[in-house]
Design a protein around this ligand. Structure first.
Ligand SMILES: Nc1ncnc2c1ncn2[C@@H]1O[C@H](COP(=O)(O)OP(=O)(O)OP(=O)(O)O)[C@@H](O)[C@H]1O
Length: 218
């Protein structure tokens, strides 16, 4: 098993403002599997992805990644695991504005010490980024930036990619195409993917689906 979530709980705020967003979320994900998490706006999809992506820690429960309990790691330990094993595609893309497309893509792989020029060349070619490599993020359209974010997330061949509404800003046809590519590239790299989405069409493209409602998965 690649990812095991056991009874995750997460609340925000204090006193009367306290909001229990996750109320006991359990989930298993195999290597190479793709999973869509659907749920209404505010149901906690991003919160759950942040926990799995080790960007935040749960209040209770356990996250096991690749056989290790990672939910109790400190910030440094979490950052290291994230760098080595997880790729993130979030809504704002978070590309480094001062780096070219080529450097944005390569950076993650270099940090993880897994820079493989042939794999990077394949990502660039398959994602249609060949002509944009010398450009800076601000010189790209939203869709192009998103493809750079996908290439960057997969550059180090992580065991897991987390995508938060990865096609949220694109029209339906483009988003289906980008998602298909992303799933194919994940399959090539043996990477599992968890995607949060509002779109039932997008959720139809993954191998499994779960629904988040009232703090629990079904
Ligand atoms: N850092 C935070 N501090 C306080 N409340 C938060 C924080 N992050 C999220 N929330 C609240 O937790 C709830 C779940 O938010 P979350 O972003 O996880 O939902 P979501 O399902 O991803 O929503 P959307 O589909 O709109 O992106 C929301 O009510 C939100 O306001």
């Amino acid at each position: 098993m690649l990812v095991q979530l056991e009874n995750l709980e997460k609340a925000y705020g204090d006193g009367a403002d306290r909001q229990h967003v996750l109320r006991g979320v359990s989930l298993d994900l195999d290597r190479g599997e793709s999973l869509a998490i659907t749920g209404e706006s505010g149901s906690g999809k991003s919160t759950l992805l942040h926990l799995i992506g080790l960007l935040d820690a749960p209040d209770a429960g356990q996250i096991i990644l690749d056989g290790d309990i990672v939910s109790t790691l400190n910030d440094t330990g979490r950052a290291q695991r994230r760098r080595e094993q997880i790729g993130l595609v979030f809504q704002q893309f978070n590309l480094a504005p001062s780096l070219t497309v080529a450097s944005n893509i390569a950076l993650q792989a270099r940090l993880a010490r897994r820079f493989d020029p042939a794999w990077i060349a394949k990502l660039v070619e398959r994602l249609g980024l060949s002509d944009f490599q010398a450009r800076y993020p601000e010189q790209l359209s939203g869709g192009q930036q998103q493809r750079v974010a996908v290439a960057r997330a997969l550059a180090a061949k992580p065991v897991l990619v987390l995508a938060d509404e990865p096609t949220g800003n694109l029209d339906e046809e483009t988003s289906a195409r980008v998602l298909t590519l992303m799933l194919e590239l994940c399959a090539d790299a043996g990477t599992a993917m968890i995607m949060a989405t509002h779109s039932l069409q997008a959720a139809g493209q993954t191998s499994r689906r779960v629904h988040l409602s009232r703090g629990r998965l079904s």
